[in-house]
Design a protein around this ligand. Sequence first.
Ligand SMILES: Cc1cc2nc3c(=O)[nH]c(=O)nc-3n(C[C@H](O)[C@H](O)[C@H](O)COP(=O)(O)O)c2cc1C
Length: 173
Amino acid sequence: MKQIVIYKSRTGFTKKYAKWLAQSLNCECIPQEDVGGERLSDYDVIIFGSSFRAGNVEELKWYKETILPFEKTNVLFVTGAMPPSSADAVKSIEQQLGKGEDREVKVFYLQSGLNYEAMNLGDKLMMKVFCKMMKSRKAHSEEEKALFEQMQKSFDVCEKANLEPMLNYIQGL
Ligand SMILES: Cc1cc2nc3c(=O)[nH]c(=O)nc-3n(C[C@H](O)[C@H](O)[C@H](O)COP(=O)(O)O)c2cc1C
């Protein structure tokens, strides 16, 4: 099976996971911005890595319009700052993919972190507003408090081991 990993990354986390994945699969890995000239019909499995941004999956419209029409085996992974247990992330990604997609997409969520140093000014401001809003809400659990504390600064919880379920799935195809 010929595989390719395509990723969209602003602050580096999705790129890091994409590179690790491609290394394990021994396949090509390219940024979304370079997809134009690629002949995607040559591949059997197309893996796209994206991230959460204010609850939305980055470049999902592009993914649906550009990648899904190739009718390949599709795998989508999305990175985010939230712990995998907290937000029911996979369900949210599947909902955003939407009904009416007749081609199946296997979805994975990978916790990554936040990289304030690599964010642009607009994103830094957005995160500041988000953290303030969260802080002002009452009745947090200890877990939530720890999470909001963590989200005020950069952190990186990317681990190669988080890729295992996705690797097992792809290698089992
Ligand atoms: C403006 C902004 C909004 C974000 N929104 C979410 C979110 O809704 N859920 C989440 O889990 N992470 C969120 N994050 C964290 C990113 O999804 C996370 O850092 C991701 O791995 C970034 O990927 P990249 O480094 O490849 O660009 C947000 C980050 C920024 C800067």
